[in-house]
Design a protein around this ligand. Structure first.
Ligand code: FE2
Length: 206
């Protein structure tokens, strides 16, 4: 018979042995919310909001990782500026991930957390493992931003309809604004302007 772990040694006194390799059932299932919380938001509202916030969380975690992938794998004459810009945007997405996840928890829900669950949930197209050229990196990032921005607007409107002003505020003033600003900084790198020699002036105009 296996030795019972009682937390005390042979003499019956407390000992310092950590209890290792423990497992137990979940204390709350994914996709549920606590029934009663003093938030003045009914359970169905919190259920709908946490479901939509988890979608936004999965997409934001993927966006975050796409920036780090781009930061590591970028190549070419713009390496240094993009290497730095990608990491700045990564840091800002990290903050969004935490804010969204903690909003889900405070609404009584359960946040997605692990990469495998995020991969199954995100709407953002999976990039190849290998390196891609800069215009493709930039395009992938903009496509991902577009998905998140679209969902931000829909979620903000729905949160407002349901009276969840805190979710509306988070989505508009943090998630939407950050993604919009990042779109500007990324998309300006796809404008094809001359680097050294200006275009010839247009001649013969009346
Ligand atoms: Fe780095």
């Amino acid at each position: 018979m296996a030795k019972k772990h009682t937390g005390s040694n042979a003499s019956g006194r407390i000992n310092a042995q950590p209890r290792l390799h423990q497992r137990a059932g979940e204390i709350q299932a994914y996709g549920t919310v606590s029934h009663i919380l003093p938030l003045e938001l009914e359970e169905p509202v919190r259920l709908e909001m946490t479901a939509q916030l988890n979608q936004m969380l999965a997409d934001t975690m993927t966006m975050r990782d796409l920036y780090k992938k781009s930061h590591w794998q970028v190549a070419g004459p713009t390496f240094y500026q993009l290497h730095l810009l990608y990491d700045k945007h990564f840091d800002e997405q990290v903050e969004l991930v935490d804010a969204i996840a903690e909003r889900i928890q405070l609404l009584g829900g359960v946040s997605l957390a692990m990469a495998a669950d995020v991969a199954e949930t995100t709407q953002i197209e999976r990039p190849p493992r290998g390196r891609e050229e800069v215009p493709v990196q930039l395009s992938r990032l903009l496509d991902a931003h577009q998905i998140i921005i679209r969902d931000c607007r829909a979620l903000a409107r729905r949160a407002s309809e349901l009276g969840d002003d805190g979710t509306n505020d988070l989505v508009v003033s943090q998630v939407l604004r950050t993604n919009e600003l990042q779109v500007w900084f990324v998309s300006e790198h796809l404008v094809n302007v001359p680097l050294v020699k200006a275009e010839e002036p247009v001649t013969g105009a009346a």
